[in-house]
Design a protein around this ligand. Structure first.
Ligand code: PHE
Length: 339
């Protein structure tokens, strides 16, 4: 019998609950008017005399244990109810905060800006709605210049003087008009061209253009800067410059980087050549310097421009440019771990 009571003491000690009904059941089981303790006390008279003392002690211990247990759990539950009333239920799990991510275009843009700011370029920005002078004429593209066709332009209303900029070279014009050389500036921004939308091209995209003007700036400086950029940005150390044409630069070149031919993707994106075109560049045409109030006999400069989407597609292996603008969270969430 004594062992049985001791067993009950152990059980009562181990008992715990967060629920009022269960606690009440526990109380009734031990302390109720038909409870175990009542039975044990009734048993007292049948216990042999020599065991009475120990028997008395254990039932008292059981009684105390059960009473204390009920009291302490009751207090705990009451304090909980109090805090629920005051602050809501503090024990409830929190609502998860959905952390956003930077858009891949911003990620790549920031990366490009970082590379150039370490070598002394500052960042300049300008309006997306431009006039003809800053987007075309100052850049050596006078009216009726055939090269205007290279960039199908969106005009605003019927006024041919107001348009959506087709490149951020317009920002460079503004910068040259307002600053004296030496100029080292990089101009990121959104640009617009009236092009058919496909997996490779879109009518809205982003560019980063760079401009460096000082005394004795040479083509070798341009080449070295671009080599530095491709090493930092892509970890590739081989580039080539192919002669090209832009109205605002002379000579002009197209820059390719050697991507390599290690994987099947390399074959596909480089069309089996290993080379990838990433930007246009050249020495700023003396006419452009003149148009912007800089003396071409004293200063020379280089400029370059690249599409951010194209570079982001290369870095993240994105097959369709339209994914950048769909705002599909399943796509965007993949860039969460990037800075
Ligand atoms: N502005 C040119 C474009 O949009 C890129 C470029 C910039 C080329 C500077 C040469 C020099 O295609």
């Amino acid at each position: 019998m004594i062992d049985k009571i001791k067993q009950h003491i152990k059980e009562a000690q181990a008992f715990t609950t967060e629920d009022k009904t269960t606690l009440e059941e526990f109380r009734i089981k031990y302390l109720g008017s038909k409870g175990l303790l009542k039975d044990f006390f009734a048993e007292f008279k049948n216990v042999p005399n020599e065991q009475k003392k120990e028997f008395g002690q254990v039932i008292n211990e059981l009684k105390n244990t059960a009473e204390e247990k009920v009291k302490s759990i009751q207090e705990l539950l009451e304090s909980k109810t109090e805090s629920i009333n005051l602050f809501g239920d503090l024990s409830r799990p929190g609502t998860p905060i959905n952390i956003g991510s930077r858009h891949p275009i911003s990620l790549v843009k920031n990366q490009i800006l970082d590379v150039f700011s370490t070598i002394g370029f500052n960042v300049s920005e300008g309006p997306e709605i431009e006039d003809d002078w800053h987007n075309f004429t100052a850049l050596n593209l006078p009216e009726y210049h055939p090269a205007r066709d290279m960039q199908d332009t969106f005009f605003i209303q019927t006024n041919p003087d107001v348009l959506l900029r087709t490149h951020t070279s317009s920002v460079q014009v503004r910068y040259m008009e307002n600053n004296k050389p030496p100029i080292r500036t990089i101009s990121p921004g959104r640009v617009f061209r009236n092009e058919a939308i496909s997996s490779r091209s879109h009518c809205i995209f982003h560019q980063v253009e760079g401009l460096y003007i000082d005394k004795n700036v040479s083509f070798a400086d341009l080449k070295q800067t671009l080599l530095y950029f491709t090493k930092e940005m892509f970890g590739k150390s081989k580039i080539r410059l192919r002669p090209s044409y832009f109205p605002f630069t002379e000579p002009s070149a197209e820059v390719d980087i050697y991507w390599g031919l290690k994987t099947e993707t390399d074959y596909r994106i480089t069309k089996g050549t290993g080379w990838l075109e990433i930007m246009g560049c050249g020495m700023v045409d003396p006419n452009v310097l003149k148009n912007c109030g800089i003396d071409p006999n004293e200063y020379t400069g280089y400029a370059f421009g690249m599409g951010i989407e194209r570079i982001a597609m290369l870095l993240y292996q994105i097959g369709d440019i339209r994914m950048f603008y769909e705002n599909d969270v399943r796509f965007l969430e993949q860039f969460k771990s990037s800075l």
